[in-house]
Ligand binder design. Structure first.
Ligand code: HPA
Ligand code: ZN
Length: 339
């Protein structure tokens, strides 16, 4: 199983680039930018990575993001993640970034974009990793702030592939951003939203009906609503599930309690993702491994999850057929029958 997971070409669809900021890089960037940190050492920072819920994580995540100041910082951060993709055979990645976290501190929007785009181009050149870039609005901030961010993003729309919604979910329902998302769709860009991570299944319905999302990020609370499960199975609207994130943020008690297997067997287009791998104890391969161990998934189910990733991605149809064939080939070599 270990070699099957390693050899399968994998796709990642739920990855916050700021969530790949490893403690070592926090220290290196703080030094470079003359920022004083409240932790005495890398180990002290790493030992603070014990979370009780989403907000306890977000507090540290936004605090650490303050070391990201220049295009070069965003380049280094993103290239380090892409190198990891190369090592783990992640062939395509769709990356979230949170510009408001940076522009609120006075970092120009263009610094963020230039660093990210240069690294994505370099990842394509060096390792043939294809990518998409998704701008996330912070839902704990106002609609007005989201409008302002959309205005800043307009000169860059040809390099952005979609818009998303993240940050603290409780009390910030998708409908708070219905008008901004309608404008994004008018501009011709697809939208996604975090929903049903800590928030209720009703927020998943809202994301579908009010925001007209192309995917739901997380969405695990769909298990509370049989009607929603049926709708998701019928439409195959994808869920980008993040198992280690759910464990570390106490969305599930243990990996054996994770609903992934139930969702998969119910016919939903569920995909495996790492969310904020520097904080949650592992990158994409570790998430596959944790699921297999916790839920006793079969090799066939692992292959199905990889295929779902391709189906749920925004790659071209040609690229999708190519990677499906590659996955089927690896599956056959491991004795996994027709899927
Ligand atoms: N949920 C909401 N916002 C986030 C997350 C998450 O898992 N990770 C980074 N921002
Ligand atoms: Zn997320």
């Amino acid at each position: 199983m270990e070699t099957l997971i390693a050899e399968l070409p994998k796709v990642e669809l739920h990855l916050h680039i700021e969530g790949t900021l490893e403690p070592e890089l926090v220290f290196a960037l703080a030094r470079r930018n003359h920022i004083e940190l409240p932790w005495g050492s890398v180990e002290a920072l790493r030992s603070a990575y014990r979370f009780t819920d989403l907000q306890s994580f977000l507090d540290l995540y936004y605090q650490n993001a303050a070391v990201l100041c220049t295009a070069r910082d965003f380049f280094d951060l993103t290239l380090a993640y892409l190198e990891r993709c190369h090592q783990e055979k992640i062939v395509h990645t769709e990356i979230f970034f949170d510009p408001q976290t940076h522009t609120e501190r006075g970092v120009p929007f263009s610094e963020v974009m230039e660093g990210l785009l240069e690294a994505l181009d370099e990842g394509q050149r060096r390792w043939q990793i294809s990518s998409r870039l998704i701008l996330c609005f912070l839902r704990h901030l106002s609609e007005e702030s989201a409008w302002q961010t959309l205005t800043e993003a307009e000169p860059w729309l040809d390099r952005l592939h979609g818009f998303g919604l993240d940050s603290g979910e409780r009390g910030n329902p998708p409908e708070k951003f219905a008008r901004v998302f309608a404008r994004v769709r008018e501009l011709g860009l697809p939208v996604v939203a975090h929903a049903g991570e800590e928030g209720p299944a009703g927020y998943i319905w809202q994301a579908m009906e009010r925001l007209q999302v192309r995917r739901i990020d997380h969405g695990v609370r769909a298990i509370d609503d049989p009607e929603l499960l049926e709708a998701l199975a019928r439409s195959r609207l994808p869920l980008t599930v993040c198992p280690l994130s759910n464990l570390r943020l106490q969305v599930v008690k243990t990996m054996s309690d994770h609903p992934m297997r139930h969702l998969l067997e119910h016919g939903l287009c569920v995909t495996v993702n790492s969310d904020d791998p520097a904080y949650f104890g592992g990158y994409l391969t570790a998430n596959y491994r944790a699921l297999v161990e916790g839920l006793s998934l079969s090799a066939g189910q692992v292959v199905q999850l990889a295929l779902n990733g391709v189906e749920a991605s925004w790659m071209s149809d040609g690229q999708k057929s190519h990677w499906c064939e590659q996955i089927q080939g690896i599956a056959r070599a491991h004795g996994v029958g027709n899927l």
